[in-house]
Each structure stands twice: as C-alpha cells, then as structure tokens.
Design a protein around this ligand. Structure first.
Ligand code: ATR
Length: 274
C-alpha cells in the first residue's frame, strides 16, 4: 500500500523517513514517498488515490486549502481551520483531516502545561498560524496575534473570534505564558535567516517560565531559540515537535494502529542531521 506527501515543490521533506520508519517498525507493507504535484495536477492525483492501493496522503504547501474541493468528507476541525493536511482513503472515498492543529498542541505539551486561561502570543498570520490559533483557542488559551502585514492578523482574529478570546495588533506589554513563531523568520534559506521574529526587549520582558515554540526546525536551534536559551527560558522547542505529532496522528489515521512515537522521532532527528 502507498502513502505520500503531495506538495509543490516536494523539497527535502522529513515526512518520508519518519513514516517509513514507522511502517518498518510495525511490519506494515506500506511506503511513503514525496510527490511533487503542481497545482493543476492535484485533482488528477487525488483521483488516482481513489483507485486502490493507497492508504492516504499528506498534503502540504500549496495544496492545503485547494484539496478541500476534491474530498468526500471533511472533519469538523479541518473545515473550521479551512485546511486539510491528511487525506485518508476509505472504500474509494477521500476523507480530509487536519492533524496540524492537534499535532501542534501535543508537541507543545511536550515542554509544559497548556491550560485554559493562559495567554499566548502568536507571531505570523499565514497557514501555520491558523492551525496554531485554532488549537490554542480550543484549549481555552487567550491568543494575541501579531503579523508583519497587520490586516492578515486582523482578518484571522475576526474569523476565529467565536472560538475564544483572540486579539490582533501590536504586541501589548503582557506576561504571556506561551510564544509561538509561525513565520518564516529565522529559517535557513528563508527571507530573514538571522533575524528574530519579535523584538528582543519583548522576549526579554517575558516570564522565564513561558513556553517558547518555534515552528522552524532548520536550523535546529533558530535565532529565537538561541535567544530564549541565553535569556534563561527553561522550556523551548523547534518545529520538529509539531512535525512529529502531526505525523503520528496522520499515521494512525492512515493505518488505524498506534504509531511508534520514539521511532518516528528518531527518524526525524536523524534525517534532519543529514
Ligand atoms: P505558512 O503556511 O508557513 O504559515 P505563509 O502562509 O506564507 O506560510 O505565512 C508566512 C508568515 O510568515 C506570514 O505571517 C508572513 O507575514 P506576512 O503576512 O506579512 O507576509 C510571515 N513572514 C514571512 N517572511 C517574513 C519576514 N521577513 N518578516 C516578518 N514576517 C514574515
């Protein structure tokens, strides 16, 4: 049986080694490959998925929204987030899920407690921010969203207003419990590889107990995480946490069996080092 990542470009994805390690561990005769799918071919590839031999697929940039038009069923979460990252084939039907939001939250809980009433600062207002904000609001966390292009943060905040307390705009002076970078700032090869996604004074002003989560994982220690470490923040993580847990949940949806989290985590770190 086959599974794949549908993306354009396919890039150097860590998902194939992560899922293939899990397939080997469980003894399932299945493979996971990265497929470069241009936008105009997405429909065709999804039709091929229905035709047998496929467990499902992950969907990445730029297909997470467009894929919704090709599915038979979409989970309520994915519907509300407006994006699907996991498609499962069931009796020739395509079922869409979003494991980014729940995967992010499970990853964040690896480094500390996430409870209702906490305050989170979310940097960025793109696709990743949607999943992060959805997950945090769903957990009862109050969210403040800030973005280079303020209108996009305003837009997302109003779209998610019914899910909980979410504000947008300049970063207020406040004691945030959680900080999440969903922007590409700090990513190797990205638009600003050496920059911090927020002013250093803002970070320095936060309680050292705050959970600092950077969705970037190349480099493994991003500028934000390095600064957090220097300032004495005890709980921080890069984007491998979210990548791992969205993958674990996707694997369980594809196969219906428990994923070996340790095996998947080891495959991820190993492949990142290569
Ligand atoms: P993703 O799906 O990974 O979230 P995206 O939808 O393209 O990708 O969103 C990228 C985010 O990174 C956006 O919030 C973007 O800000 P804009 O909305 O202003 O474009 C942010 N971003 C990218 N490059 C940035 C930079 N150099 N400085 C600040 N923010 C940046």
């Amino acid at each position: 049986m086959r599974t794949a990542l549908l993306a354009w470009p396919a890039g150097h994805s860590l998902s194939p080694p992560m899922h293939n390690a899990a397939f080997s561990e469980t003894g399932l005769r299945a493979t996971y490959e990265a497929l470069a799918v241009p936008p105009e071919e997405l429909g065709e590839v999804l039709t091929e998925l229905r035709s047998g031999g496929w467990l499902g697929a992950n969907v990445s940039i730029p297909h997470k929204v467009a894929v919704l038009n090709h599915l038979d069923q979409v989970s309520p979460e994915a519907q509300r987030i407006g994006a699907v990252n996991t498609v499962v084939v069931r009796a020739g039907e395509l079922h869409g899920y979003n494991t980014d939001a729940s995967g992010f939250l499970r990853g964040l809980r690896d480094i500390g407690e996430v409870t209702a009433g906490q305050h989170a600062l979310v940097l960025g207002a793109g696709g990743a921010a949607r999943a992060v904000c959805y997950a945090l609001l769903n957990a009862g966390v109050t969210v403040h969203l800030t973005n280079r292009t303020p209108e996009k943060a305003d837009q997302l905040a109003s779209e998610f207003a019914d899910l909980g307390t979410i504000t947008a705009g300049e970063i207020p002076v406040a004691a945030f419990d959680i900080v999440v970078n969903t922007t590409a700032v700090g990513m190797a090869g990205g638009p600003a590889p050496d920059a911090l996604p927020l002013a250093r004074e803002v970070l320095a002003g936060l309680p050292r107990t705050a959970l600092v989560s950077d969705l970037v994982y190349r480099p493994a220690v991003t500028p934000l995480l390095r600064r957090a470490e220097e300032l004495g923040f005890a709980h921080h993580q890069n984007g491998l946490a979210m990548l791992l847990w969205q993958g674990v949940e996707a694997f369980e949806l594809f196969t219906g069996i428990d994923a070996s989290v340790a095996v998947m985590a080891a495959a991820l770190t190993e492949s990142l080092d290569m």
